[in-house]
Design a protein around this ligand. Sequence first.
Ligand code: AMP
Length: 144
Amino acid sequence: MYTYNNILIAVDLSDDSTTVVQRAMALGGENGATPHIIHVIEPLSFAYGGDIPMDFSGIQDEIHQQASQQLQRFGEANAIPESNQHIVLGRPEVEIHALAKELEADVIVVGSHGRYGLALLMGSTANGVLHGATCDVLAVRVGR
Ligand code: AMP
C-alpha cells in the first residue's frame, strides 16, 4: 500500500483542526510520516487596507502572538515538534502551496465544510488549495 512521507497539514486553529490532523496522521501508515502544520494569518490590510486610514501593526502583532501560542499548544497536543510548526503571514492558499513546495510535501491535508448557497459561490480554502497544487490534496470533511 502506498503511504505518504511528508505531510503538510493546514490548520485554521478551530476545533475541527484535531480531526484534520488525526486523518492526516493516518496517511503515513505504520512507518509514520513527517507531519508539518501550517497556520496562515491574513494581514488586516488585505481586508481593510484601502478603506480605513489606520495603522494595524499593533493589532497585527497581537494576533500573530496569540496565533503562535495557539499553534504551539496545538502542535504539542498532537506530538508535532516546534521545528515542524509554521506560522506565516499572507493568503492561505498561496502560502500553503509555497510551503508544500519548499518542504517537498507529497500530500497537503485541509478541512472542508459542506457548503451550499452563497457560501458555495464564495469558495473555500480547500478549493483554493486543490487548484494549483503540485502534489496530492486530501480534503477532510469537517463541521458536521
Ligand atoms: P474554510 O472552509 O475556507 O473555512 O477552510 C477550512 C480548512 O481550510 C481548514 O480546516 C484548514 O484546513 C484550512 N484553512 C482555513 N484557513 C486557514 C488558515 N488561516 N491557515 C491554514 N489553513 C487554513
